[in-house]
Ligand binder design. Structure first.
Ligand code: SF4
Length: 474
């Protein structure tokens, strides 16, 4: 199914898009404002998904859920949040596919099974969900969505283990792929990360409440303190007795999605002890060390290119200028992926400042190129504004392979770097030269403690093999 193209409020088109953000909170106070706090957490995670939002709350043993299509601010108002006070809550924001069952795919997913009530919010993609779903359907299971999350819920419900934690453990041991999830049971919360640790998940604390979130920026908004990241292959259980954890899988090589550092995560988030903005700045500095181009100005593509452009300017000594203005009031628009409309959308969103650019040799910095549509339009605008030369510099290596672990990349034939050489891409986008950060330089720019990285979309080295027909490798 082709995916609609979203225009993120912060980034631009022609980016890989995050699939989801998850949040969970457990309070020892049975009437705490967990609904409001989850709302704030989801608001901070909005960049991870703008298609739908949902919150499920445990109110004295009764689960109450509200979810709908749209941004967090559109889905919830004060009246709805007033009804979502309780002792625990989980929430979810989703970047979704097109199709007729969009609301059915909104999360959290709430099920009532022989082990009690269970709500699940999940970020990531399973690579064996089609296979498991096929087997479950053959055994009589009925699915209401296309969510991988529902596969997990069915596995828990059908598990021969009576205890819900054991059933959950048993279920997670059967699934393969990327998952960072938060679940709510009658007693508390469960948080778990896949054995490879593809997607982020952190634990925080505010007063007596424990919080779990995709990114630490969700803690800051409520003055919560970061405790630590959930470890790959770890299950964390939070209830009235406190917090405990164990590993549900044998140790695997840590393959954290490096694109979280390049583009997806919010710059104020901390992953593995590393601030994301500072990592991006270091990528810009490294890019400057790897490039030999003389220029008058360094200009970021607004939003996504700023931290790397700052680092590039620091290292190279070439002045940094905001030579392209972003219209802040475009909002979010879903568009069909036709070439003409893509071009128009970029022009609505961005405008070069002629007085800064005219007669200058400029280096434009962005974090990545997926199809090349945005870069081409930006360069065309900057040249029309009178730039003498335009050199494009990208703070990541060429994206040559699609992602199967939860990110919306194009199919391989749509990735410009999968089809063209760097010189050909430069010609296609109209740049006088094009430079990418090396993979080694990228890895050296990040200082997350004890982290290993997935770089599959750059080198095609997939750590978990894909092959159930769900994905099309070509
Ligand atoms: S393939 Fe790329 S986008 Fe996907 S998880 Fe790996 S690094 Fe991230």
């Amino acid at each position: 199914m082709e995916r609609e193209y979203s225009f993120q409020s912060e980034g631009l088109m022609d980016k890989m898009e995050e699939e989801c953000g998850v949040f969970g909170i457990f309070s020892s106070d049975k009437k705490s404002n967990v609904g409001h706090l989850t709302y704030l957490g989801l608001h901070a995670l909005q960049h991870r998904g703008q298609e739908s939002a949902g919150i499920c709350v445990n109110i004295d043993g009764n689960f109450k859920i509200h979810k709908d299509m749209g941004l967090v601010t559109n889905v919830f108002d004060e009246e709805k949040l007033q009804e979502l006070n309780g002792e625990a809550a989980i929430g979810h924001v989703r970047y979704s596919t097109t199709g007729s069952s969009l609301l059915a795919n909104a999360q959290p997913l709430l099920v009532n099974c022989n082990k009690g009530d269970l709500a699940i919010a999940h970020n990531g993609n399973l690579v064996n969900s089609s296979e498991i779903r096929f087997n479950l359907e053959n055994q009589g299971s009925i699915f209401h969505s296309t969510l991988d999350t529902e596969v997990i819920a069915h596995l828990v419900a059908r598990s021969f283990k009576d205890d819900i934690i054991e059933a959950f453990t048993h279920s997670l041991q059967q699934i393969k792929g990327a998952f960072s999830l938060v679940a709510m049971t009658d007693d508390g919360l469960i948080a778990a990360r896949d054995p490879y640790g593809f997607r982020p998940l952190s634990i925080g604390k505010s007063g007596d409440s424990y919080i779990v979130a995709s990114e630490t920026c969700a803690f800051d908004i409520m003055d919560a303190e970061l405790i630590r990241d959930v470890q790959p292959g770890e299950m964390v259980i939070i209830n009235k007795d406190g917090i405990e954890s164990f590993h549900f899988s044998e140790e695997k090589p840590h393959t954290f999605c490096i694109f979280e550092f390049i583009y997806f995560a919010r710059p104020d988030s901390i992953i593995g002890g590393q601030n994301v903005h500072l990592a991006r700045r270091a990528m810009g500095r490294q890019l400057a060390r790897e490039m030999e181009v003389e220029a008058d100005l360094v200009i970021p593509v607004p939003g996504s290119g700023i931290p790397a452009a700052l680092g590039f300017a620091e290292e190279s000594g070439i002045p940094y200028q905001k030579g392209i203005l972003r219209n802040r009031y475009v909002g979010r628009t879903f568009i069909q992926p036709t070439q003409e409309i893509r071009d128009l959308k970029v022009r609505i969103k961005l405008n070069p400042i002629k007085e800064i650019i005219k007669d200058k040799k400029v280096i434009i910095i962005d974090d990545s190129i997926v199809r090349g549509t945005t870069s081409r339009q930006v360069i065309r605008m900057v040249k029309k504004a009178g730039a003498k030369e335009v050199h494009m510099a990208i703070s990541s290596p060429p994206v040559t392979y699609p992602c199967y672990y939860g990110l919306d990349t194009s199919r391989r034939q749509e990735l410009i770097a999968a089809k063209k050489s760097i010189e050909e891409i430069a010609g296609h986008i109209g740049a006088d030269s094009l430079h990418y950060l090396s993979q080694e330089g990228l890895l050296n720019s990040i200082n997350a403690e004890d982290y290993g990285y997935c770089t599959s979309c750059f080198d095609g080295d997939y750590h978990i093999k894909v092959g159930t027909g769900k994905f099309d490798l070509e």
